[in-house]
Design a protein around this ligand. Sequence first.
Ligand SMILES: Cc1ncc(COP(=O)(O)O)c(C=O)c1O
Length: 368
Amino acid sequence: MRVPFVDLAAQQAEIDDEVRRGLDDVFARTAFIGGEAVQLFEREYAEFVEVSHCIGVANGTDALELALRAVGVVPGGEVILPANTFIATAEAVSRIGAVPVLVDVDDEHLLIDPGAVERAITDRTQAIVPVHLFGQVAPLDQLMPVAEAAGVPIVEDAAQAQGARLHGRGAGSWGACAATSFYPGKNLGAAGDAGAVTTDDPQIAARVRLLGSHGSPTKYVHDVVGMNSRLDTVQAVVLRTKLARLEKWNELRVEAARRYGRLLDDVAGVRTPRTRTGSTDVWHLYVVRVSQRDRVLGELNAAGVGAAIHYPTPVHLTKAYAHLKLTAGAFPVAERAAGEILSLPLHPHISAEQQEYVVERLLSCLGI
Ligand SMILES: Cc1ncc(COP(=O)(O)O)c(C=O)c1O
């Protein structure tokens, strides 16, 4: 049996006719930039997140950069973010010429540690970026008072948590604004690169739109040096079609995560992920922790199980961020986790048989 890490073909089969009809319409109208589909998607995604504004952009990394610039991050400013995230969170800060200030995470959920954030705040801090890793919402309930007391805006990295909630409030609706990615493998994935910024603040929304369209409020008038980062109309068609199914697909992820839990929770030698109290996770990834992870990963892959690692190297230990001069030992929780984490295949279309096979192979690799 083969169990792919994600199954975009199964997803596409479910939506193929509708996507093709939508694309025919775009090509018939040849409205390739900012067509009707973009406006409709922005409205629908804002409703989904329960905020008043959504600005579609070219990808999640641009969304982070634009969101950070819109809340006032400038060259030389400091931005606090977790050490274990996808590199893009740090890249967005660096692209502005600001300084990523990394902090450690909590051992249970591998989410940014609010105490570490509090200790890292200085008078140069211009934003805090909690990352909603693996489909969980970062501890915004604890971070909001910390940020408010310091007068620093929160920019959520919601790329992995479309539809997740904490105490009933959705990922992407807590901070001054949030950035998200619609990279194909995300819970809501496009057919290529795409992203968005969500916010309740009309000024931040206007600033993101201005910066993402050449700093241009009207054609050939340029108020600031911006960039070209727009949501592609073709991607908007795909995203609208998938957004209509996202709640159902997220429920299927929850069911699949429960099944893994039933099969693995009591197994000594496998540390399974736990949901925080008050949190509705959307299981972008199902991340267990095991010893001898690299051997286990190799054997699983050889047995046709598309397991993976998110992420093998914390940001400060990558070559790209060697200039931060943070050596091994700087963030012990993130570093230890990087050697143990293993993402098992999980997607809306995974079958019970496939999950049972994954577990059987995993237990066999562990000698259980
Ligand atoms: C946590 C996180 N932040 C940012 C990004 C960047 O998004 P993109 O690849 O669309 O630029 C991703 C995904 O790729 C991500 O997982």
